[in-house]
Design a protein around this ligand. Structure first.
Ligand code: AHR
Length: 635
């Protein structure tokens, strides 16, 4: 018998309660969400011709018959450093190919925008012919583009393929002979999210949109920190004209070697402006995280000396100006020049990702002081490191509390059992202490980041049970997010992941379905649901939390059954009158190893049932291994 007490509310459920953690890991940005189809479009990867091939040319002997393309440096420094000089000796024979990101997903009848910069350097190369090819090298779209002049010019054409292919590619051939400079060779579907030119993959954004996320945290994760400080994420290098943004070796380049990914770079085509824009599109609060002057402590842990921390702090202050400042300010103007004169109304900023120890606290204090004195309304998110218990964690929490930290980010990648046992984790947290951002969590079916981890129902159900504990503690737990978010089926470094995609398709895992049910049924105010006066935190394998949804005029009760038994419960509602019937959104599966897949994307997805209410009570049969979201209208 469960008592749902609607006579008083305990705390508001923050609109930010369930959000998204985005990191460019597993090809989530370039090759994923960012819809660019050409790998190394600007020839900036360290091995400058990575992604490109010249099948009829001998790479090792310059003396080839048809022609040859070589990278050329414009200048040393940062930004767009390289272009290629294409020498065409025999137009009949010379071809330049791009392989895309594990091929190019191309859809029949869709329109693709092919653009490039070119200049004639010598001779009379007068046309660039572009072909989209299927897996067998057959042409599925083609276009010829006349080029002229010795100055750089931008060329733009559209192509409509006549076949759908998962692993297509691009072939270029040339008319005439001589030397042509080529740069920023780009191919985008025109059908991106909101039709933007430098846009995002529509199916992937749709999955995010359907989560109705309260916030978007970006750009990571470890990539914020970098393996070395020189390779940390620097937001200023990711804004402004796309072609001027420098590339960077991704911190996840070959790291775990589950799939070799030596071609993992960040083009920053998806940069901070685009992240803010995405937040806006999703109706989510932007939550950027910046380097605090410590490189990834799992790698070098390189520290910036305290007396050299100033530029890092300035980056944080300038970011606030970029996001919120008037168009008269230098960084507000950069935002306006990019097409967004209105401020993004950023409220949160994160300092450091997974840092720990006195080195972090020392640096955090400097950021805290600088940000809160200039921007007292900005909420600073601090980190507690990657260990959810133990000495480092205790130390960090104690210190941060003393400083008066507002929100602390906790991360946990643990077994399904840990998640079930920790549904009470926040019950004992100080109600007057810092708020909590459960910023990265996921149940690991084998071991942390093991390549054999699965996104199966066992892990998703354990997370569902744990999440009743997040919700029950909404007084202090105010932001939460699963991690990592996305993975390319052929280019991942980390499992499990919430969304899987290939070049054409994407699907939500059972873990995604759990997140979605919580997020879209969060309600507005926490209320108590108890059994014999106690929270339901695993008795007979049952877990529960409850909220009122004042917008919908409904009471929402979430019940998770982690046992193999059907459990008959009676719900007794106190304090308000209910209408005669409601609905239950149910995720259930008796095979705990069950997963969703490209072939069977909705294997585990919610079904809707009806629930009858008599007076102030209702009987409900809770299926084995199930998450049940019961929604009943209030009179
Ligand atoms: O989510 C994968 C990684 O896990 C993140 O980059 C890091 O913050 C954590 O260690």
């Amino acid at each position: 018998e469960l008592m749902v007490d609607m006579s008083e509310t305990i705390a508001p459920i923050q609109p930010t309660m369930y959000g998204i953690f985005f990191e460019d890991i597993n090809f989530a940005a370039d090759g994923g969400l960012y819809a660019e189809m050409i790998k190394n479009r600007s020839f900036e990867f360290t091995i400058s011709m990575m992604g490109w091939s010249q099948p009829n040319s001998d790479r090792h002997s310059y003396n080839n018959e048809s022609g040859f393309a070589m990278p050329v440096k414009y200048f040393e420094g940062e930004g767009n450093l390289n272009f290629i000089r294409v020498q065409v000796k025999n137009a009949e024979g010379y071809e330049l190919h791009n392989e895309g990101f594990r091929g190019m997903g191309i859809k029949e009848g869709d329109t693709y925008r092919f653009t490039f910069n070119a200049k004639q350097m010598e001779g009379t190369v007068s046309e660039v012919n572009a072909f989209l090819l299927d897996e067998d090298g057959n042409t599925i779209a083609e276009v010829s583009v006349p080029v002229s002049g010795s100055e750089w010019k931008n060329y733009k054409v559209e192509m409509v393929p006549n076949k759908t292919v998962m692993k297509g590619s691009l072939k270029l051939t040339f008319e005439g002979t001589g030397e042509l400079g080529l740069d920023m060779v780009s191919l985008f579907p025109t059908d991106t999210w909101n039709g933007r030119e430098n846009g995002l993959r529509k199916d992937l954004v749709q999955l995010l949109y359907d989560l109705d996320p309260g916030f978007l945290r970006f750009p990571g994760g470890c990539i914020v920190e970098g393996r070395t400080l020189a390779r940390r994420y620097q937001w200023k290098k990711t804004v402004g004209p796309v072609e001027e943004r420098p590339s960077l070796v991704n911190r996840w380049n070959t790291e775990f070697d589950h799939r070799l990914t030596p071609d993992y770079y960040q083009s920053f085509g998806l940069g901070f402006f685009e992240y803010f824009q995405l937040s806006e599109d999703l109706g989510a609060e932007p939550l950027p995280i910046l380097s605090c002057g410590i490189a990834c402590q799992f790698n070098t842990g390189e520290l910036v000396p305290m007396d050299e921390l100033e530029p890092y702090v300035q980056d944080a202050l300038d970011l606030i100006e970029f996001a919120n400042g008037s168009t008269d300010t230098p960084w507000g103007k950069v935002r306006a020049d990019m097409g967004h004169p209105e401020p993004f109304n950023m409220k949160y900023i994160g300092v450091g990702n997974e840092q720990w120890g006195p080195e972090y606290i020392e640096r955090y204090k400097v950021f805290n002081e600088a940000i809160s004195s200039k921007y007292p309304n900005i909420i600073i998110v601090s980190g507690s490191g990657p260990f959810p218990d133990g000495d480092y964690f205790e130390y960090g929490m104690k210190e941060l509390k003393e400083i008066g930290a507002e929100i602390i980010d906790e991360h946990y990648y643990r077994s399904p059992e840990w998640f079930k046992e920790n549904a009470t984790r926040y019950d004992s947290y100080d109600r007057n202490g810092p708020k909590i951002f459960a910023g990265e969590y996921a149940a690991q079916s084998v071991a942390i980041a093991s390549p054999d981890n699965k996104n199966n129902w066992d892990t998703a159900l354990a997370e569902a049970a744990f999440m009743t504990g997040l919700e029950r503690n909404a007084e202090i737990v105010q932001l939460t997010s699963y991690a990592p978010l996305m993975a390319h089926a052929e280019g991942w470094q980390w499992t499990p992941d919430m969304i899987w995609f290939n070049n054409l398709e994407s699907y939500g895992t059972p873990n995604y379905q759990v997140q979605k049910l919580y997020s879209t049924n969060k309600g507005t105010d926490l209320i108590a649901v108890t059994q014999d006066g106690k929270n339901l935190v695993g008795q007979d394998g049952l877990y529960a939390s409850a909220t009122l949804d004042s917008e919908a005029g409904e009471v929402v009760v979430k019940v998770v059954n982690t046992s193999s038994d059907v459990q008959e419960i009676s719900l007794n509602f106190k304090g308000k009158k209910l209408k005669g019937k409601g609905k239950v959104l149910v995720l259930k599966e008796e095979n705990l190893s069950q997963e969703n897949s490209f072939e069977s994307q909705d294997e585990i997805s919610p079904i809707t049932e009806e629930i009858k209410v008599r007076g102030s009570s209702a009987m409900y049969e809770v299926a084995p291994y199930s998450l049940n979201v019961i929604r009943i209208p209030i009179h």
